[in-house]
Write a protein that binds this ligand. Structure first.
Ligand SMILES: [Fe+2]
Length: 492
């Protein structure tokens, strides 16, 4: 039996495939194939790629939420009532799939399964925080495997719409002129440039006076245009980040009080806030965040629920394949001569971050590299780039937060001990969004080892390989377009 998980119909459509042994055969995003950022529909090329890894006709389909329950919530939230059909939710590819029966699961349960069943834990407290699925916006679970190895999920507590930390963050993203459900990561980056001048005002205006995790207004519709008039956007960002962190701390405190385990599995879109994630170790000893904890990752969660047991998690290189050996020597040559080079090789990353297989890499040393890479990426100059570092040297350069021995998927930030030596990969607050690479036989590992041997520098600058405004490069044709547009070699 093969278990195909689907998330589609809202944003960031994705497909995941697990086989009867618990191997994750494929996990990929629709946007990488359709070239539409955050594409909500499945596309035929993604389906064809995903199902090429499956065994026909033994396929069971699983969907990432309860569409009919969500329709009720949408009616309740004033979005009108529309009885959902699979053709609407999945699009024409539903017919392409042969109109199969599809099992549905609750949105937060899928987040919980995507996290727990990919973790190494036998038992854990699972905390899910996102914007909105059906009704739950925060949930806390006690999860363990039973004697037969099947995951057993017990929900301990939840909070419902419209009281949502994710919607607060999205509302503030919109307030500073950014796109909600897309550019929250930019708001997070802006926060380091501001002061929390409006924290108290935000709390008094937006929070319920009586209940700590509830809001006095529905932030699904955003805040009024005249909310905090004349405020500096950086100060709004800083205040919003701090307010969100205080609310997340409240959730973590509840989870510690209600759950039995000292292992934390954390998921939902808010788990992408790597700045807030630095404080998870204040509450838990061991932490796992699946590298795609948002709604696209729920396709894997749905497939995990179909399979029911622990799955074999090796890494996030689960998407489209560009065949061939990792071009270590070619990348190294370009780094030593040009300082900047692209790489598009092997399976694409499942998740919003490029981790070495669809990356733009650069020498992180010196003061000119940040502006050079920014020139190619054409993005806001205040935003830093991330380092990718040999895991055994991470503690020499970065103060890893408690609970994180590693950060293999850029899940957290860490203060850098030598910010002046590596200005391109250090944010204005002195921290870096770090990616550590273990000795795992990956191409990026071999590249870093050789780079270190030749330069005595164990890290590189790593940013996603994408044309401005487009999703991350998927196939070789995308890489060729990147080369033509920006004049930067992309090695395969
Ligand atoms: Fe979600």
């Amino acid at each position: 039996m093969n278990y195909v998980g689907i998330s589609a119909g809202f944003h960031d459509a994705a497909v995941s495939v697990i086989n009867q042994h618990g191997d994750i055969l494929f996990a990929g995003h629709s946007e990488r194939y359709s070239k539409k950022k955050h594409d909500q529909n499945l596309c035929a090329d993604l389906i064809i790629d995903a199902l090429s890894y499956a065994t026909f006709p033994e396929i069971e389909y699983h969907y990432y939420e309860r569409p009919w329950l969500k329709a009720v919530r949408q009616f309740y939230s004033g979005e009108g009532f529309r009885w959902p059909t699979w053709n609407q939710l999945i699009g024409p590819t539903y017919d392409f799939l042969g109109r199969p029966d599809i099992h549905t699961h609750s949105h937060h349960l899928c987040h919980a399964a995507a996290g727990f069943q990919t973790s190494s834990f036998e038992e854990a407290t699972v905390v899910i925080i996102d914007a909105i699925g059906e009704f739950d916006t925060v949930s806390i679970w006690d999860v363990q495997y039973d004697a037969s190895g099947r995951a057993q999920y017990k929900k301990l507590w939840s909070q419902q719409y419209p009281h949502s930390i994710g919607l607060l963050y999205s509302a503030m993203t919109a307030r500073v002129g950014l796109r909600p459900l897309d550019e929250e990561y930019i708001l997070m980056g802006m926060a380091a440039y501001g002061e929390p001048k409006y924290l108290r005002e935000m709390q008094e205006e937006l929070l319920s006076p009586n209940e700590k995790l509830k809001f006095s207004q529905n932030l699904h519709v955003g805040v009024a245009d005249d909310f905090l008039p004349n405020a500096d956007p950086m100060d709004i960002a800083c205040s919003a980040q701090l307010m969100a962190e205080q609310l997340i701390r409240n959730v973590l405190g509840r989870a510690r009080g209600k759950g039995r385990s000292r292992n934390l599995v954390y998921g939902g879109g808010v788990a992408l806030n790597c700045v807030a994630n630095r404080m998870l170790g204040d509450y838990y000893e061991r932490i796992w965040i699946m590298p795609n904890p948002g709604d696209a990752g729920n396709s894997l969660g749905a497939a995990c629920l179909g399979y029911g047991r622990k799955v074999a998690w090796d890494n996030s290189f689960l998407g489209h394949d560009i065949p061939g050996d990792y071009p270590v020597n070619a990348v190294l040559d370009h780094l030593l001569t040009d300082k900047i080079v692209g790489v598009a090789s092997g399976r694409a990353e499942f998740g919003p971050r490029a981790l070495g297989n669809r990356s733009l890499l650069a020498d992180p040393r010196g003061h000119s590299i940040k502006s050079q890479v920014n020139e190619i990426k054409r993005r806001q100059k205040f935003r830093p780039f991330a380092p990718v570092i040999l895991e055994e040297y991470a503690a020499d350069y970065f103060e890893m937060p408690y609970g994180f021995d590693n950060s293999r998927y850029m899940q957290t930030i860490a203060p850098c001990y030598e910010p002046n030596s590596f200005p391109a990969i250090v944010h204005v607050d002195g921290t870096s969004r770090i990616q550590t690479v273990p000795s795992d036989g990956s191409g990026i590992r071999e590249l870093l080892e050789k780079w270190y041997f030749m330069t005595n520098c164990p890290m590189l600058l790593n940013t996603s390989l994408n044309i401005r405004g487009e999703p991350i490069v998927n196939d070789r044709a995308d890489a060729d377009r990147f080369e033509r547009l920006y004049g930067v070699r992309v090695c395969s």
